[in-house]
Design a protein around this ligand. Sequence first.
Ligand SMILES: Cc1ncc(COP(=O)(O)O)c(C=O)c1O
Length: 460
Amino acid sequence: MSKRLLGYLTIERPKRAPLQLQLCRGLRSAIQDGALSPQDQLPSSRDLASRLGLSRNTVTAAYDQLVSEGYLESRPRSGLYVADRLTFQTPVRQPPPRVTMTPRVSGPSPFRPSQPDVRLFPLAAWNRMRARALRQHGEALLHYQSRLPLGLPVLQRALAAYLRDSRGVDCAWEQVAVTSGSQQALYLIGQLLLRPGGVAYVEDPGYNGAKAAFSATGARLAPVPVDAQGLAPPAALEPGSLLYTTPSRQFPTGASLPVARRLALIQAATQASAWIVEDDYDSEFRYSSAPLPSLYSLNPGGRVIYIGSMSKILFPSLRIGYAVLPSKFVEFFEALRTIVDDHGPLVDQATLAEFIASGALYAHLRRCRAAYAERASSFCDTAAALGLPFRFAHTEAGMNLLGETANGDERSERLRQRGFDIPPLSAYSIESRRDGLVFGFTAFEPSAARAALRKLAGCL
Ligand SMILES: Cc1ncc(COP(=O)(O)O)c(C=O)c1O
């Protein structure tokens, strides 16, 4: 037996994989790499077993396995041979991956934007509702449910009722598509409405998730400037285009779009037969007044596609978002969703339906709103007391605060090196030259935020 062949048949001890499997793997690689050629005779099982310190049974079982896979063939009264006509491409062997400890998942560093405080989430109540939902729906929840690409009807109904009551979104429940985060809604809407060479208007600065989803279609991104009142509506839109906006609270600057601009947008979209995608991602968090009505509520059944997310009001890893689709798109959206992943996780959807219907969602929102309101004012007070070089605008709502300042890029980088995660405004910009840092404040308790801000003051 050649030295080269023996090199392939090194058996690892203590064994990480069963011995038979290790031997099969070694023999296969030897054949694929040409250390054993077609028609070569294999050593007898007794010989190989004694060479490798294995039992004869192990070797025989490995040989049988390779015969059944077609690598080896047995010739009566002669022995085992490498099968004829096996030619493999010369493999480029990658070095085996280094075995490292699986990295622990960790929470956000200060002051990473758009992070809810998941410690406020009533996990025990959620788990009880999950158990109840499983009892109610039975094992049907565990099967493929390919006829439900838009989600469980109980959740579609619960969301439609929630959106009508809290956001003024009047729609039939069949128009509500439950998606994997609002990111999937953005992606599928882009696939549905945009073509290569088409135009997607996006806020500048604006949400990168939307830009990525729309530019993946080959459409051109047309940046629309954002000022202190939010997006400045273009006088006219390209026919058949799409415009993405965050009117309740512009991401990432925090401005709320005044009604006159909302009406101008709807008029421009109507004239151009364009679609407005309204991303209402954190409108539930307004601290000094009631949430603003949605843009959709000004043009129900018109040119607005409304999308929202459970990521901020419950927890992001749930990956549940939704879109309110124009009725004529429902069928196309269903077809696309079926291609992507058939349907979303139904146990979570049933639990969420229960969570909404039981009133737990509203209670949780009240709790978060109170905590976040306190955190927003504590953050701003501490920043002022420390004399930080930022001007904070739009502090009455949302999860993020834009701190306007000069040299945002450089400051963000310096802070990153000291363990902070505070992106500069340029990270969200195409042409905009507005400068500043985007602070998320909701995930950090006031005492932790104060300590982090003191450290930040030292770094600057
Ligand atoms: C503007 C905006 N829209 C939507 C989302 C939520 O995305 P998803 O529902 O995919 O978690 C975010 C999250 O950061 C966001 O900032």
